[in-house]
Design a protein around this ligand. Structure first.
Ligand SMILES: *Cc1c(COP(=O)(O)O)cnc(C)c1O
Length: 365
């Protein structure tokens, strides 16, 4: 049975998970995927993605699927059966990378870290003498931790560095070229403030030359996808698959919004909101989960106080304040909350709302 729309669906923070510009763009008339106006839109979107990635890579494009599809694309284009992939694991998404790499045929060398702590670039880089790939998550959404990708980039040697930037892109400093990222993937629904559905992807020319020439996936073959983005990648535009036109229009609008506000200003807004939230939670006597010095502004993890039922508080917030906070991930499902400050929600009013609502929920729930 479908629940009817309530106050919370119509007016709650739900709709503002996306920038209003991105929402309006989905509602606009849908162009044909061969319409020259759409081609311009796709080119402009790729250009906007280069800015948020911090790259000049020609092959920077929105893949047609969510962030996890970007993860698949990263591995199938770099891994052939038996290639060694060193994967840094400090949370759920690092674990997912191991599984995706294994299915792509990799011999996975997994470097585990305590959840809630950043990865140790030296330990990761020295885990194997000659890996084909080293992979790490920049912003671990499962634990609220930021890792130092630039440091890993300096130590990567001949390996290709794959980086998951799903929860950092558009909200946190990200410099793919300066940091030595060879292959990066992201998502639209986190700090970019656009609906889920696309995976911003980038691959350097050097990594493209070293790619798997006959990857196990046809759809995600970055060689074939050159035609999809056409001139921007130096390839002639050819039909590959029908572009998800509405989603690309929405991403273009979301990126336009970020450009207008200024990427630095957007990042500063995320930083300020995250810090204010974290200070406020600690002032309430709550304990943060992620290690100090490595806390993400875009996603704050906080321990559920003893004797408090995590799910009861979460539903109280949703019912009474239209506020959705996440449960913890993995073994921390019931003992940690995850609070996002992403895209349009990274603002001082959200911080006040979350802190006030949580105070009330803890007193009453
Ligand atoms: C959300 C997320 C993903 C997966 O993205 P989907 O859009 O859910 O497929 C991967 N990595 C990280 C770090 C994420 O936060």
């Amino acid at each position: 049975m479908t629940e009817t729309l309530t106050y919370r669906h119509l007016f709650g923070p739900g709709p503002s998970n996306c920038y209003p510009e991105a929402v309006s763009a989905i509602a606009a008339p849908i162009l044909g995927h061969l319409d020259p106006l759409f081609i311009e839109m796709l080119d402009d979107t790729c250009e906007g993605l280069r800015e948020v990635w911090g790259t000049t890579n020609a092959r920077t494009l929105p893949l047609s699927g969510t962030g996890s599809l970007g993860m698949e694309a990263a591995f199938v284009n770099t891994i052939e059966k038996g290639d060694v992939a060193v994967v840094a694991v400090n949370g759920l998404f690092g674990e997912r990378m191991c599984e995706v790499a294994r299915r792509a045929g990799a011999e996975v060398v997994r470097v585990d870290h305590e959840w809630g702590r950043p990865i140790d670039p030296e330990r990761v880089a020295s885990a194997h003498p000659a890996p084909k790939v080293i992979a790490a998550v920049h912003a671990e959404t499962s634990t609220g931790v930021r890792s130092d990708i630039a440091a890993l980039g300096k130590l990567k040697g001949d390996a290709l560095l794959i980086t998951d930037a799903v929860t950092s892109i558009g909200g946190l400093e990200l410099k793919a070229d300066d940091w030595g990222i060879d292959v990066g993937y992201a998502g639209t629904q986190k700090c970019l403030g656009v609906s889920p559905g696309l995976a911003p992807f980038t691959i350097s020319d050097a990594a493209f030359e070293r790619r798997v020439k006959d990857p196990r996936s046809w759809y995600l073959d970055i060689g074939l996808l050159g035609g999809y983005v056409g001139a921007a990648s130096g390839s002639k535009r050819t039909y590959h698959h029908t572009a998800p036109v509405a989603m690309i229009a929405s991403l273009q609008a979301g990126l336009g919004r970020i450009r207008n506000e200024g990427l630095d200003a957007v990042q500063a807004r995320h930083a300020a909101a995250g810090l204010a939230l974290q200070d406020g939670l600690q002032d309430m006597g709550l304990e943060l989960f992620a290690a100090e010095g490595s806390r993400l502004p875009s996603l704050t993890t906080v321990r559920v106080p003893d004797g408090v039922h995590s799910a009861v508080v979460r539903s109280y917030l949703l019912e009474n304040f239209s506020l959705e906070i996440g449960a913890g991930a993995g073994k921390f499902a019931d003992t940690v909350w995850r609070i996002g400050m992403m895209g349009p929600n990274a603002n001082p009013a959200s911080v006040v709302l979350v802190l006030g609502a949580l105070k009330e929920a803890l007193a009453k729930a």
